[in-house]
Design a protein around this ligand. Sequence first.
Ligand SMILES: [Zn+2]
Length: 278
Amino acid sequence: MKWLLAGFAMLSCGIAAESGVVMFRFGNFEVTAVQDAVSKMRKELFPGISDTEFRKLAGDLQAPSSVNVFLLKHDGKLILIDAGNGGERGTMLRKIKALGISPEKIDFILLTHIHGDHIGGLLDGEGKAVFPAATVFVAAPEREYWQSDAAGARGELARKVFRTYGDRVKSFRFGEEVVPGIRALDASGHTPGHTVFETDSLLIVGDLLHAGAIQFPRPELSATYDMEPEKAARIRKQFYDLAAAASKPVAGMHLPFPGIGRISHDTAGYIFSAEKPR
Ligand SMILES: [Zn+2]
């Protein structure tokens, strides 16, 4: 009886046996949040805030963070949004395999942008494709930038991924429906083609923010990771307002795990409330 109760509790709150995996449902999408790595964001990453204020907001000089990946199931298709770190640090692959999902089963991979903690998981230790059957989608300006001379040595991993996945890498323009039910929105600023993916009932916001404890109350603060800090701050506020007005939950790659919740206005800035699993 005890066992049955425990089993029921586990199912009813959507938390799988392994920690770092939490299931939700939004509209017609099953959404599984998978924690690829535990992470914290140091105060030094945020110019323009004092140690005292940072500590007051985050409780420490490091703000809680995470590296999250979201696995969506819709209309019989498995869609991975970003691929995490890969290598020694990334645990996403092990966790989705533990759910009974083999990497060959992933149909589509949608990239919010091309940074190592979002694309590293596409290649294994030998440089081979981890997802042999998947089509990989990335915004056209993002692909162009990381293949250009401007990216220099920082574009090495991106070029390796493009070479390995070959013609299975497809580009999209902002505003397009990339795969059925998922539209790409322009969220550039963090990187030249940084993308927010929108379904009818969820916004997957990539690296719109890096430390919720700091950047909800102070949305104007960009991290040093943002290539265009002022534009990133403008876009951040724009999507906070959109999410609040539409009452759409947001899923963030660096929001504390499981990384999904709702944004509302506050007298000073915004408030984030974590969403309950299904
Ligand atoms: Zn990132």
